[in-house]
Ligand binder design. Sequence first.
Ligand SMILES: Cc1ncc(COP(=O)(O)O)c(C=O)c1O
Length: 392
Amino acid sequence: MTDPRPIPLLVPHLPDRHALAPYLEQIDRNRHYSNFGPLNHALEARLTSLFAEHAAHPVHVATTSSATLGLELTLHSLGLPPGSGVVVPALTFVASLTAILRAGHVPVIADIDADSWLITPEIAAEAAARTGARAVLTVAAFGQPQDTQRWSAFRQQTGLAVVIDAAGAFGSQWAEAADVPVVYSMHATKSLAAGEGGFVASGDRDLVAEVRQLSNFGINLDTHAGLPVGHLSQVGSNAKLSEYHAAVAHASLDHWPAQAALRQQIHRAYRQTLDASCGEHLQWQAGVTLAAPTIFCVRMAQEARAQLEQLCHASNIATRRWYQPLLHQHAAKVAPTIKMPVPVAESVASGMIGLPFSSFMTQDDINRVAEAVGLATAHSNQPSLTLDSHHG
Ligand SMILES: Cc1ncc(COP(=O)(O)O)c(C=O)c1O
C-alpha cells in the first residue's frame, strides 16, 4: 500500500483532435456555430435512427446544452400547474432536484429499491398517493436503466407524467415507451461525451418540439403556430448545443462502440477481481450489464467504507461518495421540498463508495484497489449487508 502513483477517480476519454478534424472542417466551411446548425441537425438525425432501433415507434430528439437544462425544459413542457409535486429519488445527482425547482415545481423526495438502488413505480405511486404529486422524475442512477414499459404502464394507470433522468445511461437506457421522455447528458464524464451537452429523446413529437423551442428562449419559429415568428411564445432559456459540441458528439459516436466494449471489459475484470478477493463483503447494484459503464460503485459495511477511504487516501487512490449527501439532506437549504421517509436510500448510502474507473485503468490499478478493499473489509466486524427496512 505504499505505491504513491495516483489512481484518479475518473479520466474522461474524449475523441482526440484527429478524430475531431473532419467535423471541425465542416464547421469552417459552414460558418454556422450554433442555433440549430447543420452538425446539430445531423447529430439529432443520427441519434433519432439509433433510438428508432430500440423502439416500435418513431423517436424524436432535441439536443440541449446540458442534461440539467434538458430536464428543466422537459419538465416545463409537461405543462403542469406551477408548484406541482414531482417525485424524485433521494439517491441521484443534485441536478435532478434543481431541475424540478427551476421548472417551478416541488420535489417530493422518495426512497429507492434495496437491490437496484433505483426508484420504482411502486415507490413513486406511494409517494404520489400521499402527497398529490403530479409527475415523477425517475432516475437511471449510476447508468442502470429504468424499465420504460413499466413506467409507461404506471403513467397510464395513475395519469402522472413520467420523465427519465438517464444522464449517465446512454447505450443502456432507450426510449422504448412513446409517452416517457428520456433525458441524457453528454458531459465529459458520461457514456457519450461531448464536453458539455445533453439531449431529450421521446416518441412525443410535440414535447420534443416544445423542448427545442424552450431551448431557444421560447421564441416561436413555427409559421403555423398562430403567433408571429420571432415572438416569445413562452419563457424558455438558452439551452442550445453549439456546433463545436455537436462536432465532439459526432466523433464520440463514431468511437462509441469501441469505447463501450473497452469499458465493459475493464468493468468485468474489476468486478471479478474484487469478487475473488472479498466478494462476500460487497454488494453490487442489481440490474443489467451496462453498455458503457462510466463509474464504479460498490457497497460495503459502513466501518469498512471508512477504513477503505483512509487506506485509499494514504495510497493515492481517489474515491467519491457518489450522490451524497442524499437529496433530502441538501434539500434543507433548497425549500420547498417534501421529504418522504427514505430508510433504504440512507442504508445504501451509508456503505456505498465510488472507486476509480476509466478506460485507461490497468489490471495493476485494479489490483491496487482490490488490495485496499480486501484490507478494509477484512478489518470490518460488520460484514452483514442485510437491510432491515424494505418498502411496503
Ligand atoms: C443523474 C444525473 N442527472 C443529471 C446530471 C447532470 O448532467 P449535466 O452535467 O449534463 O447537466 C447528472 C450528471 O452527473 C446526473 O448524474
